[in-house]
Design a protein around this ligand. Sequence first.
Ligand code: G4P
Length: 524
Amino acid sequence: MKNQNEINRRRTFAIVSHPDAGKTTLTEKLLLFGGAIHVAGAVKNNKIKKGATSDFMEIERQRGISVATSVMGFEYSGYKVNILDTPGHQDFQEDTFRTLTAVDSVIIVIDAAKGVEPQTEKLMNVCRMRKTPVIVFINKLDRPALDSFNLLDNIENQLQIKTCPLSWPINNGPDFKGVYNIYNQNIKLFSPNIQNIEEGVCIDDMDSTELKSVIGSDFEILHEELELVNGVYPEFSQTDYLNGNLAPVFFGSALYNFGVQELLDAFLEIAPPPQPAVAEERLVKPEEPDFTGFVFKIHANIDPNHRSRIAFVKVCSGKFVRNNTYLHIRLGKNMRISSPTAFMAEQKEIIEEAYPGDIIGIPDNGSFIIGDTLTEREIIHYKGLPSFSPELFRYIENDDPLKSKQLNKGIDHLMDEGVAQLFINQFNGRKIIGTVGQLQFEVIQFRLEHEYNAKCRFDPIHIYKACWIESENPGILTEFKKRKYQKMAKDKLGRDVFLADSPFILQITQDEFKEIIFHFTSEF
Ligand code: G4P
């Protein structure tokens, strides 16, 4: 029974946005409500500023900070809230995708002046794939904004999800007056208060002379707009939201802490508690008595003298207990976990127990890779941590022949952390690194040098896509590999990958080998 209560009161989610839409600011305001921080400005920006692509110290500084802000837990109104942070820079989007596998819902922040931006679309695609419920927060209403109806149209078209406004803004920019809370049917007047918790004045009567005198000519406009809202948008359905088919929308200004409490209160009420997790073998329910969990993120210590790492484990079922022995499925080995940490309030602390929805940090000296599963004894492999076919490819070569051991160890560790993907060309034995952005090559080179004392260089290679291949016909698979031997590689887990030079080559190869399935993610 205790487990069930603990599960029901947990809300584990991520806030995602295109860079600069206000993710960090909103996170900070939510933490203020939860008492996890006490002053604005306490959450450091976990993002690499634009144009800083070769500023390694900045990258390192950011990485140092991001471990502290990777997971932020706090208690609020009887709920245990776990916010998972995601990197802002698009070159680290794989990290974001993996983090999304560990959450039960998502809040998407959109800049009211810009509408949906490219990265928001990509993130939404991942949510749609996983049917993750999303709430949209349209931010920066204190600045001149696009028309609210156009913003909702834009979300419906670009993000391909039906919307349902649960609040409505009264004007915007310098004339921003506040928001009407459609859910509670009252109005909160805008009073800029950057520092702490909002205290806006509330008006319950929509037709009151008080409201009319405060918002002036916006009074009629608000009534007209709300009539239209009632006519056009569906009533809020929690089932549709939970199935990922409807996005409730809130308007506000994170900077001025306005509309944030409404968002938090509604979120806690409607967002899902921990959900069943899909394993290769079966669906695992959170309320099952036995502990299970999986590693979705590994964070390395940037100090080369203390090269320990932290594996972040999402608890999926049962109760995790410190000092208990758990089975590391991939290694087939029992492990006693004596120093699990959680990230509560402003600090990291050793915890005695954790429940589904919680994230625990396990100090690691190389036993874990992303996707590893821990259980009490059952053989379970959690799914849902796919690698996507990278966008950029380079050969990685040793630039200091005396340090090849260090180089290989460094490459192995960085790949375990999911920094990039490694393929070994079966024809020439050369190592190929695949990434989603240029920045990752720079990070790899920098980290190999500073953490592993190894030097590497990258040589060009012409690859358009890496495709994981499979076929029900083993003869065809062998024939394919023989015919394409120059273009065949193995990924880190030894699976067959075809390296296509161009979209044209890929197309004719697919046409020629109809019995081969070409996958663009590693999980199929
Ligand atoms: P991100 O994590 O999504 O990348 O965005 P972040 O919160 O860092 O916000 C990006 C910029 O937008 C910041 O300004 C922040 O202060 C501002 N901002 C966020 N929410 C609001 C809002 O509701 N209204 C207004 N007017 N601005 C908002 P910056 O100048 O880039 O950074 P900083 O020096 O203020 O930290």
